[in-house]
Structure formats: structure tokens, C-alpha cells
Write a protein that binds this ligand. Structure first.
Ligand SMILES: Cc1cc2nc3c(=O)[nH]c(=O)nc-3n(C[C@H](O)[C@H](O)[C@H](O)COP(=O)(O)OP(=O)(O)OC[C@H]3O[C@@H](n4cnc5c(N)ncnc54)[C@H](O)[C@@H]3O)c2cc1C
Length: 378
């Protein structure tokens, strides 16, 4: 029987940042993860060609917080990478987010939102931000492919992630102070973060509870519904099926780079079920990518996973939000169990948000806060 003071289930950014912070303060921790690698969904690996692939989808690190930047750069060097994305509309690679000049050219400059008032769903929220033609070309069907349901059934909150530009800056997040990708990859970053800490891999906590017992607190960063054996029902997620295609750099094929940037969205149903194509070489440090011959493309096609290891995005509707609230109550009412992280809070967190959350939760534990086994706003 393993008996750490703090058992951390999951070695993703949330679990690893909590474990590191507790261990730095002298606390006794053990991390377990059911996968055969640490790092959760930020993990990356090398393709046979030497190209670095973000195993669970493209990850662009960015933060405005000096504290979070200091935390990650303590473990790894980052090279500057400011993601710029394109979306393939009418056969052209257009900026994503949509360039102001595109709207001006196709609609003019004095358009009025079609929807005014308080939006009750995604479609209304989008039409309060942009002209219908733009919504239909760039947004509507992309989201229908992403979520597998008609756009008007999705939550208005989803639009909070949209940015309708007043300029043509192609950078995805031009105002973010720190942006980059770890020079030696995310797997290396995560190895450095948990260096020296005890870790058990291939260890599914829910299957092997009898082998481990936290003396003080269990911090569970897996799916919250799984933690309670799905007794209230299953929360819905979307995942992505990834298909990799290597293009060897044969003379005349022009295959060294196939796309103008690392991510090209294909927003229309008529373009097939995939929502985007990634070209990983763009996301490598230029000096590392240069000697590699050929290029690797990955298409991502959304689906509804049944295996919780493939869960990526929480489903944005009121039914699942309601079910989550019921699980949250169960979790918060269970003593000495803290359920957190993107799967534990059924919430999309950017990496910097996941780290900020982890730091906050770890501080509450270190301060012996009697409510440390509940979420701050739970
Ligand atoms: C497709 C995609 C693209 C993204 N791109 C970006 C981006 O560009 N920029 C950005 O900032 N963020 C991005 N993110 C968000 C980023 O992936 C998350 O912030 C991060 O993964 C959160 O870490 P976590 O530790 O909370 O969860 P996870 O990384 O999922 O870690 C949870 C861990 O718990 C383990 N686990 C689960 N159940 C058990 C169990 N029963 N027993 C043992 N172990 C268990 C899992 O194996 C996993 O390792 C993206 C997310 C997705 C889905």
C-alpha cells in the first residue's frame, strides 16, 4: 500500500503544477497517471522524420502573467512563437480571426449587427458580433462540425472566445505579453516540472484505489463523472480523430511546406468533416525544422468519444452544465478529495489558466485552508 500525504491523480499541467508547488514546500506527494507518459494533453512526441508532433492537438503557450511565465521558464527554455492561423474560405487562405479588411471588402464598413438584445444561443451571440455572411462562411458550419449539432442549439457563451478584429494583424493573440513553445518540447517541459517527484505511470487510480491511500488529501484531475462512477450519468465531451500524412520532399513536389502556417481551418461542411489541418514544421524552432526533409500534416476530425482518455472539449450546453453542477456538489461534499483541472472542472482551460488555477489550489493547501478540498467558487 502506497501512503503519500498528498496523492495527485493525473500528471497534466494541473496535477504537475500542484505537485511541484507542494513538493517545493516540503510536502510529501505521489503522482499517479493512467497513461504511459506524464504531461497529460500537453504531451508531444517525435514523428519518424524528426518532426515534433503535439500528440493531443496543437498547443500554443501564451500568458500575460509574469508569474506564470517565470514558473514555466524555470523548467524549460521557450522560443518565441506567435501563432497565426488561416481559414480556407472560397479557395483563399484568409486570416483567422477575420481581418477587418475582409469584412470591409465584402460587407463595407457601416454594417449593423443583425441581432441586438441579449443572445440566448450561439447563433444570436455570433450575429450580434458580425454580419451574417461572415458568420455563415467562417463560423456557423465550423462549429456545427466541431460540436456535431446545429449552431443555434449551442451556448451563447462559446462566442466569448471570438475576437472580431479592427485591424489585419494576423497574430492570433497580438496583445499577449509572453508567447512561445518549449525549445525541447512540451514532454521535456513536463519532465523537468516533475523531476525528482515519485510517479507511477500506467496506474489507473479508479481501478487501483486499494493500492494507494492519501494521508491528507487526494487531488483528482481526471473526469469528475468517472470519479463518482458515473452515478448521475455521463458528461458529454468532444474529441478529435487525428490522421497524419507525411509528404516526402521529392524534387518538384514542393512538399517542404504545404501550408502558409501551422493551422489552416476548413470551416464548411462542403470541405469534409475535418475542421483543420496542422503542419507541425511551422511550430518547430526554424533551426530544428530546417534540416528535416519532408513535412507532416495532421487533419483533426471531431467526434464524440466514449473512452474518457479521448475527452478533449466539454460540451457547451445547459444540460451538461447542469449535470456538472450536480457532480460538483458531490465532489465538494466529499471530504479530503479535491476534484480539479480541465476534466475535473468540466471546463476549457488554456495552459496558463490551468497553471494559475493549480497555483491557487496549492496555496490553499499550503495555508492549511479548511476548504482546500473544495473549489474556491464551487
Ligand atoms: C485540442 C486541444 C488544443 C489545445 N490547445 C491549447 C493551446 O494552444 N494553448 C493553451 O494554452 N491551451 C491549449 N489547450 C488546453 C490544454 O490542453 C489544457 O490547459 C491542459 O491540458 C490542462 O491540463 P490538466 O492537467 O487540467 O488536464 P490533462 O492534461 O487532461 O491531465 C489530466 C491527467 O489525468 C490523467 N487521468 C485521468 N483519469 C485518471 C485516472 N483515473 N487515474 C490516473 N490518471 C488519470 C490523464 O491521463 C491525464 O494525464 C488545448 C486543449 C485541447 C483539447
Amino acid at each position: 500500500m502506497l501512503k503519500p500525504d498528498y496523492l495527485i491523480v493525473g500528471s497534466g499541467l494541473t496535477g504537475s503544477a500542484i505537485a511541484r508547488t507542494l513538493a517545493d514546500a516540503g510536502r510529501d506527494v505521489l503522482i499517479v497517471d493512467r497513461r504511459d507518459h506524464i504531461g497529460g494533453n500537453v504531451h508531444d512526441h517525435k514523428h519518424d522524420s524528426g518532426i515534433t508532433v503535439h500528440t493531443y492537438g496543437p498547443h500554443y503557450f501564451r500568458t500575460n502573467s509574469d508569474r506564470i511565465w517565470d514558473f514555466v521558464t524555470r523548467f524549460a527554455e521557450f522560443f518565441k512563437y506567435e501563432a497565426s492561423l488561416k481559414t480556407l474560405v472560397d479557395g483563399q487562405h484568409e486570416n483567422w480571426p477575420i481581418a477587418a479588411s475582409y469584412i470591409a471588402q465584402h460587407i463595407g464598413t457601416d454594417w449593423q449587427p443583425e441581432f441586438t438584445g441579449t443572445p440566448t444561443n450561439f447563433e444570436e451571440a455570433a450575429l450580434s458580433l458580425m454580419p451574417r455572411v461572415i458568420y455563415e462562411k467562417f463560423i456557423k458550419e465550423y462549429n456545427e462540425k466541431q460540436w456535431g449539432v446545429p449552431a443555434h442549439t449551442l451556448s451563447a457563451d462559446l462566442c466569448k472566445r471570438f475576437d472580431v478584429r479592427a485591424d489585419d494583424n494576423p497574430i492570433l493573440k497580438p496583445d499577449c505579453k509572453h508567447q512561445g513553445i518549449p525549445l525541447l518540447g512540451y514532454a521535456h517541459l513536463m519532465q523537468q516540472m516533475v523531476q525528482g517527484l515519485p510517479i507511477e505511470l500506467n496506474f489507473d487510480y479508479l481501478d487501483r484505489k486499494k493500492e494507494v491511500e492519501a494521508q491528507k488529501l487526494t487531488i483528482f484531475t481526471g473526469p469528475i463523472d468517472a470519479a463518482f462512477d458515473y452515478k448521475l450519468g455521463k458528461l458529454k465531451y468532444r474529441g478529435q480523430q487525428r490522421k497524419h500524412t507525411f509528404l516526402p520532399d521529392t524534387p518538384g513536389a514542393g512538399a517542404d511546406r504545404a501550408q502558409p502556417c501551422g493551422q489552416v481551418n476548413t470551416p464548411m461542411h462542403s470541405q469534409g468533416k475535418a475542421i483543420r489541418t496542422l503542419e507541425w514544421k511551422h511550430m518547430m524552432h526554424p533551426a530544428e525544422a530546417k534540416p528535416i526533409t519532408g513535412t507532416l500534416l495532421t487533419t483533426e476530425t471531431p467526434f464524440t468519444p466514449t473512452d474518457s482518455a479521448q475527452y478533449e472539449y466539454p460540451f457547451p450546453d445547459s444540460e451538461n452544465a447542469q449535470l456538472y453542477r450536480q457532480y460538483r456538489k458531490l465532489a465538494d461534499d466529499t471530504q479530503d478529495l479535491l476534484v480539479c483541472g480541465r476534466l475535473g472542472e468540466y471546463r476549457y482551460f488554456d495552459m496558463d489558466q490551468a497553471i494559475a488555477r493549480a497555483m491557487l489550489l496549492a496555496e490553499r493547501i499550503l495555508n492549511d485552508d479548511p476548504d482546500a478540498d473544495r473549489l474556491p467558487n464551487g
